[in-house]
Design a binder for this molecule. Structure first.
Ligand SMILES: [Zn+2]
Length: 267
């Protein structure tokens, strides 16, 4: 990095820190790059990716195929059992999860809208987390209404599959397939979550996107809409993002997240 770039980055981080610490309500929008430091692979690569991206190793799962084909469901559950091992061996929340959680005080509300499905923000102590793509630690029926839903935890679901195979991975009430509580390709994101997240972003003093290439919509439209409504908007992600060219990006820190927090501590 050139000296001038280093000075610029330092100044950018200083300004973001000042804006966050001066805010009453901070809105974080996070992606896979936030969790790679914990040893979890991400889906597409980029945004601080350390491991081989999942979708370069296998085809993304399609929800309609899952519903239609027992073979697809078997394959999904085999993948899920492996993923559960990755999750167990991961090192838990990292500095970004912890720093975001620590920013919440009696005077400052911190809201996290995450595309991640790993539950690490909550494990770090954040209690205001909206998971727009679901949570992989829970398994539920694809048919029963959310209110009625009985959720299985990941370890019970894995045990169930390992002892009974795909045939037993069905709902005890309606016999339709059980599925990890995450949004797959071809499955619609809950519109109400998008709407309420957007409203929360509009009511915030600053919106910060972290560890995300901002490619996946409608999720990525949430911070974009806030930026267009002239809410101060910071992007902290290493490498290009889809929001780099939209107007009203207030701060752009192109660095990995460990470096961001290292500079944060020193400014
Ligand atoms: Zn059911």
């Amino acid at each position: 990095m050139l000296l001038s770039e280093e000075v610029f980055l330092r100044e950018t981080v200083r300004e973001i820190k000042k804006a966050i610490l001066g805010a009453k309500r901070v809105f974080f929008f996070t992606g896979a790059g936030v969790s790679t430091e914990s040893g979890l692979p991400d889906y597409r690569g980029g945004a601080g990716s350390a491991k081989t991206p999942i979708w370069s190793r296998r085809e993304p799962f399609d929800f309609n195929t899952f519903k239609r084909s027992k073979d697809a469901r078997r394959e999904y559950w085999e993948f899920y059992v492996d993923f559960a091992k990755d999750l167990r061996s991961c090192s838990g929340p990292n500095i970004t999860h912890r720093m975001i959680s620590s920013l919440s005080t009696d005077e400052r509300q911190v809201i996290v809208v995450t595309q991640n499905i790993d539950g690490l923000h909550q494990l770090a102590g954040s209690n205001n987390v909206i998971e727009i793509h679901g949570n992989c630690r829970q398994v539920s029926c694809i048919n029963c209404k959310p209110g009625k839903l009985k959720k299985l935890c990941i370890s019970d679901a894995v045990k169930m599959f390992e002892s009974g195979g795909v045939d037993v991975m069905t709902c005890e009430f309606c016999r339709k397939p059980l599925k990890p509580n995450t949004i797959s390709f071809g499955q619609e994101v809950d519109k109400n979550l998008i709407i309420s997240s957007r409203q929360t972003a509009f009511q915030s003093d600053i919106v910060v996107s972290m560890g995300t290439t901002l490619k996946v919509t409608p999720a990525a439209d949430i911070p974009a809409a806030a930026a267009l409504a002239e809410i101060p908007y910071a992007i902290v992600t290493k490498g290009p993002t889809d929001h780099d060219t939209i107007p009203f990006v207030t701060w752009r820190a192109d660095c990995d997240l460990c470096e961001f927090w290292r500079i944060w501590e020193s400014v």
